[in-house]
Design a protein around this ligand. Structure first.
Ligand code: ZN
Length: 626
């Protein structure tokens, strides 16, 4: 999926989630001369929005009350034709959108007319627009809730005197969108009138997998079937623009008696609108298809506005966030304070230094996998060839231990030897038989790598990983080049700073110092498989062993793997946690997307889970799973 198609998808989603503003159309209250269309049917609307009056000796039917501000115009239009406004006995609408029905309550009050509305639109009308599937939260689209006196269904007739109107359900635009038909006499001839409710798919309407209007696409299909089946001579609609009111009115004034008789125009209009619907449907279906097969993990950056409030609410001093989308660093920012109570520090994604706890491990793991890719290291060779820890020298199990065991957390070691009663390194289980998350395993690997390559880890990483990947601000330990004023000091849950732990040697499992820019660059290169062979990459992302206690959760090489996400993706995950540090990296390799969050707080998990849930369409699903 290209960057631009992701972008257009994002825009679509944006439109779908943000209520499109009801357009304040200037011409809705621009007067238009009232006139007779045919027989007892009159146009009494404005330039922008149509109303029709059907007159009988027993009173009148009005279709569309329109906008509240248009009531005086409507009244004078009716009166200009020689009819009494108060003789309106029945009020109908084209569909439950404010531009056609906002003044209904007022008109009912002024005339005592009975309000008759198609079933699907009734709840919307009676809620004043609040229950509308698309515009319910748009204050500009709301109006006075109005009680409906008769609920109509498809094919129902509305009769007054000798006038008969038939209500045809043409849903989609609204659930009860109504196309009115009637017959008029032209001298000796009887002609068919069609007043189209609306065949339009508004901007932001979701035609596929709509939760607010399931079946909307089928409803539009039905509408086009109905519209194409109707006999038509007089082509009319809810807006004059549907049938080119102004041009036809001008022709009529110039003497044409048949200006509004336009079956060809009707056909062309319906066909064009159907095409537009089909194009939009195909576009939205295509996006859904991609979402399931090409598996983009849609990134939503709207969370950014909430970050300052969340930092406060969760008592987290600082957060660094990196977002990777479609194989690019889309976003890298740092928010908040590096140290509470200290004068404000420079916070920039390229200079703020975070200690990232166990996010150290992916660095060492990927370095190792690069060496495997280059044929300089073997995943399944016993590490004893290069290194034996003195603590386990007498335990023969050390001869079995391999890099694969370490990277899948099956070394058999505890997380840290100091957690053992003896404080010495011990095998808790045979290598390769049991998962136990272990920093000691990574340290064991470090010793072996350092022996084989005859250099300390930091130098090996510098040469083989940081330089080729373009990482400029990543270090395993504190040295003179670290600017402490740019360090995000770890804080406890109460927001008190911890003493800075200044390590001066590399630990392969912990304490890496890096920036959000650098780490984003790192994982982007991993996603791009830079210096990783396809075979090694495939091993890295292969679920090698179930993650204890997790449901459908695994360790690959280094990464935790969450397969079978609902969008067809799988996720590579690593978290980090130290006193005052909480970090996470989540990668979606198929769609080349990812999220990196660093925090300098014991409260950081709350924050990164919130960001994950907000930023990715599958974020909530991931949190529910594990
Ligand atoms: Zn509408």
């Amino acid at each position: 999926m290209s960057f631009t198609s992701i972008l257009s998808l994002l825009l679509t989603l944006f439109l779908a989630s943000a209520p499109a503003k009801a357009p304040a159309q200037d011409d809705y209250t621009v007067p238009f001369p009232a006139f007779r269309i045919a027989d007892n049917l009159y146009y009494v609307g404005t330039k922008g929005v149509a109303s029709y009056l059907i007159t009988t000796p027993q009173g009148h039917i009005l279709i569309n009350s329109n906008v509240e501000a248009g009531v005086p115009l409507l009244r004078s239009s009716v009166e200009s034709l020689g009819f009494k406004f108060t003789d309106i006995k029945i009020l109908l609408i084209s569909h439950a959108h404010w531009d056609h029905n906002a003044a209904s309550a007022t008109i009912k009050k002024l005339t005592g007319a009975k309000y008759m509305v198609m079933e699907g639109d009734v709840p919307v009308i009676e809620s004043g627009g609040k229950s509308d599937f698309q515009y319910g939260n748009d204050p500009d689209a709301l109006y006075a809730p109005t009680s409906v006196d008769r609920v109509l269904r498809d094919g129902d007739e509305v009769k007054l005197g000798d006038a008969v109107l038939t209500a045809r359900l043409t849903p989609g635009h609204t659930k009860g969108c109504t196309t009115w038909t009637m017959k008029v006499k032209d001298g000796a001839k009887t002609r068919d009138v069609v007043i189209i409710g609306s065949p339009n798919v508004n901007p932001g309407y979701k035609l596929v997998d709509s939760k607010v209007y399931p079946g909307i696409a089928q409803d539009y299909e039905r509408t086009f079937t109905v519209l194409k089946s109707l006999p038509v001579d007089y082509f009319l609609g809810a807006h004059g623009s549907y049938f080119d009111l102004e041009t036809k009115y001008t022709r009529m004034k110039a003497g044409s008696a048949t200006a509004f008789i336009d079956p060809a125009g009707y056909k062309a209009y319906v066909a064009e609108r159907e095409q537009a619907f089909r194009r939009e449907l195909a576009k939205q279906k295509g996006q859904r298809t991609n979402a399931q097969t090409a598996t983009p993990s849609n990134v939503n950056l709207a969370f950014e506005n909430q970050i300052p409030a969340w930092l406060k609410e969760m008592n987290v001093p600082a957060v660094g966030i990196g977002v990777i989308e479609d194989g690019k660093i889309k976003y890298a920012k740092v928010f908040g304070e590096l140290k509470k109570g200290a004068p404000s520090q420079q916070v920039s994604p390229s200079s703020t230094i975070f200690q990232v706890a166990s996010l150290t491990k992916p660095i060492v793991e990927v370095l190792t996998l690069q060496l495997v890719s280059a044929g300089e290291w073997d995943l399944d060779e016993p590490l004893a060839k290069y290194w034996v820890d003195p603590d386990v020298q007498k335990d023969p199990r050390h001869q079995k231990l391999t890099t694969r065991h370490v990277l899948t957390h099956q070394s058999g070691f505890p997380n840290w030897r100091y957690m053992n009663a003896s404080k010495k390194l011990e095998f808790l289980s045979d290598p390769g038989t049991k998962v136990n998350y272990s920093g000691e395993g990574l340290e064991y690997l470090r010793h072996a790598l350092e022996k084989k390559f005859k250099q300390p880890l930091d130098q090996l990483a510098q040469k083989r990983l940081f330089q080729p990947y373009g990482m400029k601000n990543t270090r395993f330990f504190w040295d003179a080049s670290v600017d402490e004023s740019k360090f995000a000091v770890p804080h406890n849950a109460e927001g008190k700073p911890y003493e800075i732990h200044v390590n001066t040697t590399a630990n392969a499992a912990d304490l890496l110092l890096t920036t959000i820019d650098d780490y984003s660059t790192f994982v982007l290169n991993v996603l791009k498989r830079k210096n990783l062979s396809q075979t090694v990459f495939d091993e890295m992302i292969r679920p090698q062993v179930p993650y204890p206690g997790g449901k459908n959760l695994f360790f690959g090489l280094g990464w935790m793997i969450m397969p079978d996400l609902s969008n067809g993706e799988y996720a590579l995950i690593h978290t980090g946690s130290d006193p005052g540090v909480s970090t996470v990296v989540v990668l979606f390799p198929k769609s080349q997307c990812g999220l990196i969050v660093f925090t300098n707080s014991d409260n950081g998990v709350k924050l990164w889970t919130r960001i994950l849930a907000e930023a990715f369409d599958v974020g909530k699903e991931m949190l529910e799973r594990g």
